[in-house]
Design a protein around this ligand. Structure first.
Ligand code: SIN
Length: 297
């Protein structure tokens, strides 16, 4: 079956039309979707009606599903599904994570040595306003860097820490289990990569976890990162998604960062998400290493 797709708002994001993700897809369709995703790091599907099993099955066409370190955000029915929500259960306990606050530009799992870089969000309930999510294409950002900055990032590693990410969260989201802490020591990742399919160079950034640059003192590393974020997040590289109930957005965290605008805590928002180990053959997948006291000094 041929896939019908179109670029959204002249951006790098692409909408796939007329495809019901609840169906069992033919091999040829899955292959075309994999190819499309390798070329367009954000894919949008509207008007979906999915059970958690169907969302997990569709996600698994692209790689093994990860159960994220925040096990308390997992759906009780399908543990590979994470609940991103401000809703609470009958005992006033959050049913998922990430509440209603603003989320700054970030890349999921950047604080993991071998991150699962694919992600999908499925919109189930939405606030009347706010809660909009935007993605930025980090290959555009790399191309826009002056040669001086390209020379500085090429071959260099950033230090990514979940402790910094936690500090930006609200309330109970800041508290993690001993097991989650053990699984999230600081790690190094290269700051730039070459895409295996398109050959394009892209930055690998996360403003919510990057605490420095290997071999640079804190002040120099922070100043350099701020300068790079300023260029990489220019509006010309951003796709802003106005959610409708039933939307599925899938994105490649190896090529993008995303951010979410806050919304009224009294409004309801429920998103279901999956996290996918993507293949090195089709996607940028950073290979990290542990950032120990000695290696960071
Ligand atoms: C996320 O950053 O994974 C969640 C984004 C959103 O809630 O829109």
């Amino acid at each position: 079956m041929a896939l019908e797709s179109r670029l959204l708002d002249g951006s790098f994001a692409c909408e796939v039309v007329e495809l019901g993700l609840w169906e069992l897809l033919e091999d040829g369709t899955i292959e075309r979707l994999r190819d499309l995703w390798a070329h367009h790091p954000v894919l949008v599907f509207r008007r979906q009606a999915l059970s958690e099993q169907e969302l997990a099955r569709f996600s698994a066409y692209f790689g093994p599903l990860e159960r994220v370190v925040r096990t308390e955000w997992a759906s009780p029915a399908v543990p590979e599904i994470g609940l991103i929500s401000n809703l609470k259960d009958g005992q006033a306990r959050p049913i998922g994570g990430l509440g209603d606050g603003e989320l700054q530009w970030h890349s999921d799992q950047s604080y993991i040595m071998n991150p699962a870089t694919g992600a999908m969000l499925y919109a189930v309930e939405l606030p009347p306003e706010g809660g909009t999510t935007s993605w930025v294409d980090l290959s555009g950002g790399y191309t826009a860097l002056p040669d001086r900055l390209k020379d500085l990032v090429d071959g260099r590693h950033g230090v990514f820490s979940y402790v910094k990410r936690l500090a930006g969260y609200q309330g109970v989201d800041r508290v993690i289990s001993a097991e989650a802490k053990r699984k999230t020591p600081p790690v190094f990742h290269p700051l730039a990569h070459t895409h295996p399919v398109t050959g394009r160079r892209a930055l690998y950034l996360d403003s919510t976890t990057t605490i420095g640059i290997e071999g640079m003192d804190d002040a120099t590393g922070s100043a350099l990162l701020e300068e790079i974020y300023g260029i990489a997040t220019r509006s010309e590289f951003v796709y802003r998604h106005d959610w409708q109930v039933g939307d599925v957005v899938m994105w490649d965290n190896g090529m993008t960062m995303h951010r979410r605008e806050p919304f009224d805590p009294a409004a309801r928002r429920l998103m279901k998400r999956t996290t996918i180990f993507l293949s090195h053959e089709r996607h940028i997948v950073p290979d990290g290493r542990l950032a120990t006291e000695e290696t960071m000094a």
